[in-house]
Design a protein around this ligand. Structure first.
Ligand code: HEC
Length: 162
């Protein structure tokens, strides 16, 4: 009688041990999983923040933003990006005439009349468009770069949308 009870007790004991063991394994697994997951999130966040701080993207979009306000304020009265108006459409600017050379573009925008006196490409533009472009002697290199960034960004957006 006692033996049987003892036997039963032993069995019950080992079942309880087995259950406790698997429970502690489960709890252990749960915590390790949590720790690993938190670490992965932390790593991702820090790369995200690094990217956000150094990005050329942030600098580029600032330039595009500045370029838009300069373009709207100073160029849009005579130029559209995608259509000719008083002056030529400015899309794909760097693929025409001397404009792949940024220095040439700076010189043109600051003093079109002087530039035209020695440049056949712009002389022909004047024949085609009839009027003379206004000079912007005060625009800095960075501001002109920003205008070009804005034109190029508008073009990429259009390629994405259409
Ligand atoms: C008063 C009108 C007027 C304004 C304002 C003006 N432009 Fe022009 N632009 C022209 C005309 C007209 C031409 C064609 C050449 C000519 O006849 O002088 C031209 C030509 C150009 C060209 C050469 C285009 C090509 O197809 O090769 C560029 C680049 C240019 N303009 C940039 C600008 C920028 C950038 C601004 C603003 C900062 C600006 N223009 C403001 C009238 C203007």
């Amino acid at each position: 009688m006692t033996k049987t009870i003892c036997g039963v007790n032993k069995q019950v004991n080992s079942i309880i041990y087995a259950m406790l063991l698997s429970l502690s394994l489960l709890i252990g697994y749960y915590f390790i999983d949590k720790i690993v997951a938190t670490e992965i999130v932390r790593q991702n966040q820090s790369t995200f923040i690094d990217r956000d701080v150094n990005t050329e993207f942030v600098t580029a979009s600032k330039s595009v933003y500045l370029g838009k306000s300069l373009f709207d304020g100073k160029c849009a009265s005579c130029h559209l990006i995608f259509k000719n108006s008083t002056g030529p459409a400015l899309m794909s600017l760097e693929e025409r005439g001397p404009w792949s050379d940024r220095t040439e573009l700076y010189n043109w925008i600051r003093n079109p009349a002087k530039f035209m006196s020695t440049n056949g490409y712009t002389k022909n533009l004047k024949k085609e468009f009839g009027s003379m472009m206004q000079a912007f002697p005060d625009l800095t290199n960075a501001e002109i770069n920003a205008i070009v960034d804005y034109i190029n960004a508008s073009q990429s957006m259009r390629q994405v949308i259409y």
